[in-house]
Design a protein around this ligand. Structure first.
Ligand code: ADP
Ligand code: MG
Length: 437
């Protein structure tokens, strides 16, 4: 991509309405623009990041045999009357009437919709277990939308749903999702800690929120220090095997948010206790037959008797993650993207656009990188070097190839790493091999 032809409306000044780093940086880096309170347009750079996060989430869902569907944003109220939630949901649900006077709503979540689809299609226990997900916009008319895309009214969520014959099966599905979530967040460069969440009237121990630590988090959290070191990366996981040992390892130590905290346990932990603020980036939940019973989602069991299926739902805040990743990884100059979600892998900074030699070298690098399949942003603008450096750091280009008249003469480029700040002079070949890892 040539920056001179790109749509990247960066801002020099800090927008006054933004209270936290990620919101400020997303506006300054030209990633999003507010349309109305809690509702955003995604501009090219922001959309690239959103799509990358979506892709990581999608790959990890597919990897556990969860099948992608796409359900509508608009749902009929009658569907929600069947589960009884139409009256329960309250003012967060956006309700409206279509031209035929039918009550409609903009979906805040999709349990009812998926349960109906399942109930019409599946008749026998032999077709179980089943897991389905979609990545779709939701609307919740939050009283206090704030912090940019972190607490929006319209937001992108991955929500998955599992269907099992019995409690043991539901536990297996839950465990699959639990472990898959740990992997997903690690791939996104995040340390997400699973914390037991309130299961409400259903009870049991099958609800967890996944939180990442950040000073601007909305929740007060406390956990065992060991969580900071726990990892699944480089571990090959058999998702068809018994995942309970992994789940036990990640739930065996103390971790709790707000109302779930236990001050006595915390006192006993002493030095091992970490208290911090956290951002909820996912929430998984087993709710048994709460929807399957009223909505008639049952299958014929092995003995021919009808049984209501055991269900669970599993959410990841995809658009919130854009903000959360920035909260977890930025400095005073801008964003520091984890490689997996960086909008571009590398940038080329032409220090002297218009200078024949510099232009030629840059064009050559640009062509070669594109041929290698590297996503590259070439700053070919007629602008000061300082402004180009500032923008490259602001939008967080992980590798920056800096080309100036002196280097061109000596056959070298400068390669800057955004994360470490290291700058090296080296040959183009050496720079390429560093960038491609
Ligand atoms: N208003 C919102 N803006 C952005 N993301 C949200 C919002 N509400 C929920 N999410 C994301 O969707 C995930 C699943 O939502 P859920 O747990 O149902 O919401 P809540 O915790 O608000 O009840 C959350 O973990 C969060 O990451
Ligand atoms: Mg939640």
């Amino acid at each position: 991509m040539r920056l001179s032809q790109y749509f990247l409306p960066t801002l020099k000044d800090t927008p006054a309405e933004a209270q936290i780093a990620s919101h400020r940086l997303m506006l300054r880096a030209g990633m999003v623009r507010q349309s109305s309170a809690g509702i955003y347009s995604w501009l090219p750079l922001g959309l690239r990041v959103l799509k990358k996060i979506e892709m990581v989430v999608r790959e990890e869902q597919n990897a556990i045999g969860c099948h992608e569907v796409l359900m509508p944003t608009i749902q009929p109220a009658d569907l929600w009357r069947k589960s009884g939630r139409y009256d329960d949901y309250g003012p967060e649900m956006l309700r409206f009437v279509d031209r035929h006077e039918r009550d409609m709503l903009y979906g805040p979540t999709n349990e009812e919709q998926i349960t109906e689809i399942f109930a019409e299609a599946v008749r026998s226990y032999r077709e179980l277990p089943q897991m389905l997900y979609h990545i779709q916009w939701k609307f919740r008319d939050e009283v206090r939308p704030r912090f940019g895309v972190m607490r929006g009214r319209e937001f992108l969520m991955k929500d998955a749903y599992s269907f099992d014959l019995d409690g043991a099966g539901a536990r297996r599905s839950y465990n699959k999702m639990f472990v898959s979530y740990l992997k997903t967040y690690e791939r996104l460069g995040l340390k997400a800690i699973p914390m037991a969440a309130d299961t409400g009237p259903i009870g049991g121990d099958m609800s967890h929120e996944f939180l990442i630590l950040a000073d601007t988090g909305e929740s007060e959290i406390a956990c065992h220090r060991d969580f900071l070191e726990m990892s699944l990366i480089n571990q090959s996981i058999d998702f068809d095997g018994d995942l309970q040992p992994i789940v036990d390892r990640f739930t065996g130590k103390y971790a709790a948010t707000d109302e779930m905290r236990n001050l006595e346990t915390e006192k006993a932990l002493g030095e091992d206790l970490v208290t911090a603020r956290g951002i909820e980036v996912g929430h998984i939940f087993n709710f048994g037959t709460k929807y399957s019973k009223p909505m008639g989602a049952s299958v014929a069991g092995p003995d021919g008797q009808d049984v209501a299926v055991e269900m669970g739902s599993y959410g990841i805040g995809v658009s919130r993650l854009v903000g959360a990743i920035i909260e977890a990884s930025h400095d005073e100059n801008g964003v520091i993207w984890p490689d997996s979600v960086a909008p571009f892998q590398a940038g080329i900074i032409n220090l002297k656009s218009g200078d024949g030699d510099c232009d030629n070298v840059c064009e050559d690098i640009y062509r070669k990188m594109r041929n290698l399949g590297v996503e590259v942003l070439y700053d070919d603008r007629d602008a000061r070097a300082g402004a180009k450096f500032a923008d490259a750091d602001l939008i967080g280009l992980p590798w920056q190839i800096i080309v100036g008249p002196r280097g061109v003469k000596n056959g070298v480029v400068e390669l800057k790493n955004r994360k470490s700040g290291d700058r090296d002079e080296l040959s183009l070949e050496a720079a390429f091999s560093k960038i491609s890892g």
